[in-house]
Ligand binder design. Sequence first.
Ligand code: RP5
Length: 171
Amino acid sequence: MKAKSAGKAVVVSVVMGSDSDLPVMEEATKILDEFGVGCERILTSAHRAPERTAKFSKAAAGRGIKIIIAGAGAAAHLAGVIASQTLLPVIGVPINATSINGLDALLSTVQMPGGIPVATMAIGKAGAKNAALLAIRFLALEDKALNDRLAAYVKKMARDVEKKQRSLKAS
Ligand code: RP5
């Protein structure tokens, strides 16, 4: 059965290793909501709930999911383990959850062995935001309306820089 949320097809799964990751991963769901892309939030852990993670990964494509965003901290194997059990594209978000501020999660997520790709973003909130924007870029390849919204978003960013420049001059 295809996943739905508020009548909208759910095409992106935003997965996190702990509920403590939510404040970071919400940066991804906020962007997906802003663009009208149906997403779900899934809590599972490569280490603490390996069977649940395997079940989720194997079922995702059949439920209509097109892209998986996976965020985890510490020895962050979540994105890689998911990628090993699905053919869907997986975008990894390293989370700054420990005393070494996410460097552990960055290396665990990015240093995948050849054969199992994970597109790894920056550590933390910027990474979660960019994970959503990258997912939207993939989806926009085949969705003209989404592509138009993306183009408008990029133009607005440029306008905002000019606006900030004007207020710098005025102060
Ligand atoms: C990772 O361990 C999670 O993704 C989280 O970033 C980190 C700490 O988890 P909690 O101890 O806060 O549940 O698996």
